[in-house]
Design a protein around this ligand. Sequence first.
Ligand code: ATP
Ligand code: MG
Length: 110
Amino acid sequence: MATEPLTQNPGVDGSELIRFDHVTKRFGDNTLLDNLDFTVASGKHVPLIGPSGSGKTTILRLLMTLLKPEEGTIMVDGDYLTHEEKNGKLVPAGEKHTREVRKKIGMVFQ
Ligand SMILES: Nc1ncnc2c1ncn2[C@@H]1O[C@H](COP(=O)(O)OP(=O)(O)OP(=O)(O)O)[C@@H](O)[C@H]1O
Ligand SMILES: [Mg+2]
């Protein structure tokens, strides 16, 4: 039986699923996430490890669009989560855009 090579299987081809670019999240004077950059490749399992209060759940809440970053951009599966392109310009995402991109994301609370 002929099978596709693994590299052509979406999800394990190393393509980028999540991208945080210079993401800053503040609560008042508390800068919880300071210029955070990271990417997660499609098909990967990534543990977030850090002390209590270090911002792990905040990262997930940003991904769920429950919070908005003060600075930076977040992309999911090639789409901006935090922004949208209008007339060739990157502007903060509107409700409709946020709803659409959010369909790609799920979260299970512990
Ligand atoms: N809505 C909010 N308003 C003000 N401060 C907040 C808010 N949400 C989170 N914080 C602050 O951000 C800090 C980090 O919260 P977060 O829940 O992301 O940490 P965590 O790494 O998930 O911690 P834990 O391991 O205890 O779950 C908290 O200690 C709190 O001070
Ligand atoms: Mg937490």
